[in-house]
Write a protein that binds this ligand. Structure first.
Ligand code: NAP
Length: 311
């Protein structure tokens, strides 16, 4: 075992990475937890989290992540903000580069999460947070009695549209095909809901609105005829899926066709011994804070056992 190598490096500081950090730190493995571009992960863009066990009255997403980070630091995990730019997993200790800085690791726990997809329309980044959102749970309550639009046709879009009916006076679901991809039960709930109107066979091709007021509408294009229509709304929610943050590992770790890291059944082990993956980077099904945290715990325990076996 290389003397200068860290025993455990954890990439990512969402619930998966920080839980892995808490467990690894309590096992005296002195982990380094690296914050990526979004310290705390996706929960930092959420408002109230009501389904994380242990908080009967709910807890704000950023506060929950702050507590998890402090809990890891209490056991002397090092938490640093830097961006991993390259990894070499061909032999142990593994190398992880942060621009010119190289860190060696006996084990690597990948918890880099996933990022919500966007459509790539003009002025998207200017209007994000100003009527444009990728998270209904975070932003839905700002649009009480307003016209709301959701883009997408999968389970996320169905779930977001149903959730947004609590607030909006009408929710229009814009889908590019004539059939929902969502599971039958979710699709049926959408179709049966009196406040939801599905606009079939349309693409959202332009955002209408300016800061500070934000979104005031959008332009839709009929995929069959090319005809364009302008609609009015106060909010547009993208729900067109997520992309796992795995570019760094291409060619080195096994991934599925959507880029999610493949882990062995009932385990966080990847195809490279000593490299573990937990949270949304390897889970496109559950995608919950609690499941991410659970798999982070598994990752740390598996890293600890791996180190014990290789000492
Ligand atoms: P998804 O199943 O991949 O669906 C993405 C949807 O967005 C599809 O309807 C797709 O259209 C549409 N889309 C993608 N790119 C688009 C673009 N550029 N323009 C317009 N539309 C676009 O993603 P997801 O809904 O996030 O679900 C991901 C996974 O999580 C699934 O396995 C899902 O079952 C699971 N999930 C489950 C639940 C639940 O059970 N409660 C909730 C959320 C997610 P097409 O249909 O034409 O491809």
């Amino acid at each position: 075992m290389s003397e200068s190598a860290r025993k455990v490096v954890i990439l990512g500081s969402g619930p998966a990475g920080l839980t892995a950090g808490i467990y690894a730190a309590r096992a005296n493995l002195e982990p380094l937890i690296v914050h990526g571009p979004q310290p705390g992960g996706q929960l930092t863009t959420t408002t109230e989290v009501e389904n994380y066990p242990g908080f009967a009255q709910g807890i704000m997403g950023p506060e929950l992540m702050d507590e998890m980070r402090k809990q890891a630091e209490r056991f002397e995990a090092a938490v640093e903000q830097k961006l991993a730019t390259k990894v070499d997993l061909s032999s142990r200790p593994f190398s992880i580069w942060f621009d010119d800085e190289e860190v060696k690791a006996e084990t690597l726990i990948i918890a880099t999460g996933a990022t919500a997809r966007t459509l790539g329309l003009e002025r998207e980044w200017e209007l994000m947070g100003h009527g444009l959102s990728t998270c209904a749970t975070c932003d839905g309550a700002f649009f009480r009695d307003e016209e709301i639009v959701v883009v997408g046709g999968g389970d996320s879009a169905a779930e977001e549209a149903l959730f947004l009916t609590k607030f909006g006076k009408r929710v229009r679901l814009i889908h590019r095909r004539d059939e929902l991809r969502a599971s039958k039960i979710m699709a049926q709930r959408v179709l049966d809901h009196p406040k939801i109107e599905v606009v079939w066979n349309h693409h959202l091709v332009q955002l209408v609105g300016e800061k500070p007021r934000g979104i005031t509408g959008g332009i839709l294009e009929n995929v069959n005829t090319g005809e364009k229509t302008e609609i009015e709304c106060a909010a547009i929610f993208y729900a067109i899926g997520h992309t796992p943050n795995t570019d760094l590992f291409k060619g080195q770790l096994e991934m599925d066709s959507n880029g999610y890291l493949i882990t062995k059944p009932d385990s966080t082990k990847t195809n490279v011994e000593g490299v573990f993956a937990c949270g949304d980077v390897q889970d496109h099904v559950f995608r919950q804070a609690i499941t991410a945290a659970g798999s982070g715990c598994m990752g740390a325990i598996e890293a600890e056992r791996f180190l014990a076996d290789h000492e």
